[in-house]
Ligand binder design. Structure first.
Ligand SMILES: Cc1ncc(C[n+]2csc(CCOP(=O)(O)OP(=O)(O)O)c2C)c(N)n1
Length: 706
């Protein structure tokens, strides 16, 4: 008897028991994986076929989830870090009862299907993170496990463990070869994430063949050195053995667990098993037929026997688990109503109702003080207020806390006791500032995991030039629409003596190229408040804040109303606005040129505007536009764009970075820097590279008189 989709009644079908059941459950995964890849003539059958028994052990016997509600906060998290094996995850989601009908599996890798080439969060119900770039899924899982631990520490109370779930991650040789696996695993050990359980698909094969000549790590010893609990030498095709290893891992205290499973890639395929050919190409019609024979699989492609659905269905167990959790949450709400309300707010991602007031107060304070400070310091000042108001802000730095100014009086360093528990400060709270160590990529991918888990808004700092180290994880945050904030200080040659290795030239422009990433380069304390508030309010995109090391004067905001700051905040929040009309420097008449500047160059533009107004410079009337975010400005409507940059008036951009991105605004000239910097005190560099009032004045005169 066959069925093409899951029905509640399928649970009533008698399921085979023991070994026979496990074999059926594993083979249905193999069949779906090889048939979907064959149908698409594209994909990776080897990993799903080789990990089928591991999946039976975890998904069939341990994973706590509810297919009817993929967003249930109490669920275990599952990450397929070897995302090329996506058919494994799609098969599991379909078989256990998620809203992923068999038609979607037939449609594997096709336009607008729910089964894209690699798992994508928000495309397929039940996929927790987008994976494919190897190694990052493991780092995401570390972030999820950390988020769980911190949230549990904050919200659980005696007799009420409402936050209590595990994070499981599958990965293969490729993830382990990637350097980020070191960064993330080392932190998981240091953080004693004992509810993180990783299952390694040790099949000895990657794309180029048997890995032995280029991958000789002793993986168990490597992870022991990181402080992990390691269960080595498990037969990955023995469901009971993997099951026992997971059971043991669940008892680990103070250490994350690695389970090393020896497997055969493409297991079940007579001629492809154990070969690199099984990794990433369809088996071919003949080999699919031979594999069917070898497995004794008599069903047509995409036909799943009801017995298999009956074995796999996770619906009733999932419904029970969620109902129990809901009951526990109700009990918690009775005992701790305020805490329960806060837990619900935090996990929903909503900001507190008084958030706008917090922003207004920070803005009024910034404007009132009109301080001359570096924008990295302005960021810390804004964060001081925002970390006080938002316990969900979870900060950190990749060993540059004293340079990035990511810490505040509200965010003690995160520390753990020897037994793995959170070290609590005098207030009874755990730390909220993470020392990620010198691990920029790991930090960025871990922050993605924290954001995906929910309950926190992660932010982390490093020098802007090292954003290249983090870049693919930033891209993944943008692709996944996650609220992650990158604090990038030392944003230009303005950092001075550290020289060209540390001076960002192309970074602002290249970050602006990442779709769905907002890039802010504020010019003073008020713009920094706006940049931070926009980043915090930005629920479906990450942000990068580019901040100076050197001091920046406060740029006067003539229209600022302390009673109603929302007008000015709204203008800045549109990414670009008219900061100073010619009238600000005593010029009558319309602007003959528009100076567009960002960040530290706004002050330069304002000074140039003053100089240009002088008679000896021809009394040229100039408008100064501050453009803290090109990415935000580019989303504005035509009316705002034309208001800020009036058509027909020549534009000159000033930014200490490559000129490339500025030509799209129709600039007549760009004062920029298209080569690497130099090592010298900042004031000398500004002169050397032409970031002087005289040079900007001369450039504008040339344009106006051309
Ligand atoms: C960062 C990154 N580099 C390269 C690739 C391309 N790639 C996909 S799978 C793979 C080999 C993975 O080997 P392994 O983890 O052993 O997978 P298996 O062969 O067992 O399926 C490579 C290089 C990728 N997806 N991500």
């Amino acid at each position: 008897m066959a069925a093409t989709d899951i029905s509640e009644s399928s649970a009533a079908i008698a399921a085979p028991a023991g070994a026979e059941q496990s074999a059926l459950m594993a083979n249905v995964i193999r069949a779906l994986a090889m048939d979907a890849v064959q149908q698409a003539n594209s994909g990776h059958p080897g990993a799903p076929m080789g990990m089928a028994e591991i999946a039976v052990a975890l998904w069939g016997r341990h994973l706590r989830h509810n297919p009817a509600n993929p967003h249930w906060p109490g669920r275990d998290r599952f990450v397929l870090s070897n995302g090329h094996g996506s058919m494994l995850q799609y098969a599991l989601l379909h078989l256990t009862g998620y809203d992923l009908p068999i038609a979607e599996l037939r449609n594997f890798r096709q336009l607008h299907s729910k089964t894209p080439g690699h798992p994508e969060v928000d495309v397929t119900p039940g996929v927790e993170t987008t994976t494919g770039p190897l190694g990052q899924g493991l780092a995401n899982a570390v972030g999820m496990a950390l988020a769980e631990k911190l949230l549990a520490g904050e919200f659980n109370r005696d007799g009420h463990r409402i936050v209590d779930h595990r994070t499981y991650v599958f990965f293969g040789d490729g993830c382990l070869m990637e350097g980020i696996s070191h960064e993330a695993s080392a932190l998981a050990g240091a953080w004693k994430l004992d509810k993180l359980i990783a299952l390694y698909d040790d099949n000895g094969i990657s794309i180029d063949g048997a890995v032995a000549p280029w991958f000789i790590d002793d993986t168990p010893k490597r992870f022991e050195a990181y402080g992990w609990n390691v269960i080595a030498g498990v037969d990955g095709h023995d469901v009971d053995a993997v099951d026992a290893a997971i059971a043991m891992a669940k008892r680990s205290s103070g250490k994350p667990t690695l389970i090393c499973c020896k497997t055969t890639i493409g297991k079940g395929s007579p001629n492809r098993a154990g070969t690199a050919k099984a990794h990433g190409e369809a088996l071919g019609a003949d080999e699919v037929r031979l594999t069917r024979e070898a497995l004794g699989w008599t069903h047509a492609p995409f036909v799943v026997p009801d017995e298999a659905y009956a074995c796999w269905s996770g619906r009733s167990a999932g419904a029970r688990a969620e109902a129990e959790w809901n009951k526990a949450l109700a009990g918690y709400a009775m005992a701790h109503p305020a805490l329960a309300a806060e837990y619900t707010r935090r996990t929903s991602g909503a900001l507190p109702v008084d958030w706008p007031k917090v922003v207004h107060a920070a803005a009024v304070a910034a404007h009132g003080k009109a301080e001359t400070v570096a924008s990295r310091k302005a960021s810390q000042i804004a964060l001081e207020a925002f970390t006080k108001a938002l316990p969900e802000l979870l900060g950190g730095s990749a060993d540059l806390t004293g340079s990035n100014f990511t810490n505040t009086t509200q965010t003690a360093p995160l520390r753990f006791n020897a037994d793995g528990s959170l070290e609590l400060g005098e207030t009874g709270r755990a730390g909220r500032h993470i020392n990620y160590g010198v691990r920029e990529f790991g930090m960025a991918a871990i922050m993605n995991g924290i954001a995906l888990h929910g309950g926190f808004i992660p932010y982390g700092g490093t020098f802007l030039t090292f954003s290249d180290y983090s870049r693919n994880a930033i891209r993944m945050a943008a692709l996944m629409k996650q609220r992650v904030v990158h604090v990038f200080t030392h944003d230009s040659i303005g950092l001075g003596e550290d020289g060209p290795t540390h001076q960002s030239i192309e970074h602002a422009a290249s970050l602006r190229l990442i779709p769905n990433l907002d890039v802010w380069r504020p010019c003073d304390t008020l713009e920094t408040v706006v940049a931070w508030s926009a980043a915090i309010e930005s629920r479906s995109r990450p942000s990068a804040l580019l901040l100076s090391r050197h001091n920046l004067p406060y740029a006067p905001k003539p229209g600022f109303d302390a009673e109603h700051p929302e007008g000015t905040l709204g203008e800045i929040g549109r990414g670009a606005y008219v900061l100073a009309e010619p009238s600000e420097v005593g010029q009558r008449g319309k602007a003959r040129a528009v100076l567009i500047a960002t960040g530290s160059e706004v002050a330069l533009a304002l000074n140039a505007q003053q100089q240009l107004a002088r008679a000896e410079n021809g009394g040229i009337a100039v408008r100064v536009v501050s453009m803290p975010s090109t990415t935000v400005f580019d989303r504005q409507d035509r009316a705002w764009k034309d208001h800020v940059l009036p058509p027909g008036v020549p534009r000159i951009a000033v930014e200490m970075g490559v000129t490339d991105g500025w030509w799209k605004y129709g600039c007549a000239a760009v004062v920029g820097i298209d080569r690497y910097g130099e090592s010298a005190p900042a004031p000398l560099l500004f002169k050397h590279f032409g970031f002087t009032v005289d040079n900007v004045v001369a450039t504008v005169r040339e344009v106006v008189h051309a």
